[in-house]
Design a protein around this ligand. Structure first.
Ligand SMILES: NC(=O)c1ccc[n+]([C@@H]2O[C@H](COP(=O)([O-])OP(=O)(O)OC[C@H]3O[C@@H](n4cnc5c(N)ncnc54)[C@H](OP(=O)(O)O)[C@@H]3O)[C@@H](O)[C@H]2O)c1
Length: 273
């Protein structure tokens, strides 16, 4: 029942082999660079956007998030899967569907429903999401379109544990995003848009500052376990390269902003970090 998925079944044609594993190496390198850059300076949006300073051209925030997430996470994924993929088992379709569910939320529902304090975002931030997402999502699609899973892979502990983590992670992430949305009421609106930050309470917010990042990290960890792929692993590492430093910066920001910030709360991992 528990057979490892043979690696040589993923990508056997030599050209595709080099494209696939070349991108895996690039994805790993990009994750390392991202972690270093984000530690040194958090990306300038949201809480870490410098007041008044112009850092370059801006575009509407909702459109920016749709561009950086929906185009690679849905459009590119489907194109690569259906144009270049060869494997059409229920397992491949299950993974494809789960990834798309995530990106319908992240790339469409989330940007249309969140209450941003700034209606605009730097074009550089949008491109900084769009370009890596194209790389990593090309990889996911290339993998999902060519991976041969055993017919009974749904009995496999990697599938069961990984999918469970993915679903739990998505629920935590969505719950946390909705909670933050609820902190900004429409009545708080001034001429610049919806403003103001407050301390979130309840659920996982009692123990960590960034349950939205925690939930998404659990999701992608589950994804890499369930797909049992290097493509999934480098994507999870890239997500961690963003969440680990940014949650720390957010946590420090909360402590500096609110004197009464709960002292026992951690940044990303309950009781640990
Ligand atoms: N896979 C990846 O690599 C990746 C990378 C980044 C983000 N994400 C995901 O994208 C989603 C959004 O990320 P994000 O970095 O924008 O999250 P965030 O900084 O926590 O902000 C989320 C939303 O909540 C608002 N908000 C945050 N803290 C608040 C507070 N204390 N009081 C009132 N409103 C508050 C923000 O408003 P403002 O915009 O006005 O700050 C924003 O609208 C998350 O679910 C995250 O997991 C994924």
């Amino acid at each position: 029942m528990f057979k490892p998925v043979p690696y040589d079944l993923y990508v056997t044609e030599s050209d595709r082999f080099w494209v696939h594993y070349g991108l895996v190496i690039l994805g790993f390198a990009l994750a390392v660079i991202t972690a270093i850059v984000q530690w040194c300076k958090p990306a300038p949006y949201g809480k870490h956007e410098p007041n008044g300073a112009s850092l370059g051209p801006v575009i509407p925030q909702r459109i920016g998030h749709m561009m950086s997430d929906a185009i690679p996470g849905i459009g590119l994924l489907l194109l690569v899967f259906f144009l270049y993929g060869t494997e059409r088992s229920w397992t491949n379709y299950t993974f494809l569907a789960l990834f798309i569910v995530h990106y319908i939320n992240r790339g469409i529902i989330h940007p249309l429903t969140m209450r941003y304090s700034n209606p605009n975002v730097l074009l550089a931030i949008t491109l900084g999401g769009f370009i890596p997402n194209c790389l990593y999502h090309f990889l996911q699609a290339d993998f999902l379109g060519s991976a041969k899973y055993t017919p009974h892979y749904y009995y496999d502990p990697r599938f069961i544990i990984g999918i469970s983590m993915f679903v739990i992670g998505i629920v935590i992430n969505k719950w946390a995003d909705l909670k933050m949305r609820s902190l900004r009421k429409k009545k708080d609106k001034d001429e610049n848009g919806l403003t103001g930050y407050s301390i979130p309470f309840g659920g996982l917010f009692e123990v960590i500052s960034c349950p939205n990042y925690f939930g998404e990290l659990v999701e992608w960890l589950g994804w890499s376990i369930a797909t049992w792929s290097l493509a999934g692993l480098v994507w999870c590492l890239f997500a961690a390269a963003t969440f680990v430093p940014r949650s720390w910066h957010n946590h420090q920001w909360y402590k500096a902003q609110f004197e009464n910030y709960p002292p026992k709360r951690r940044a990303l991992l309950p009781f640990i970090y």
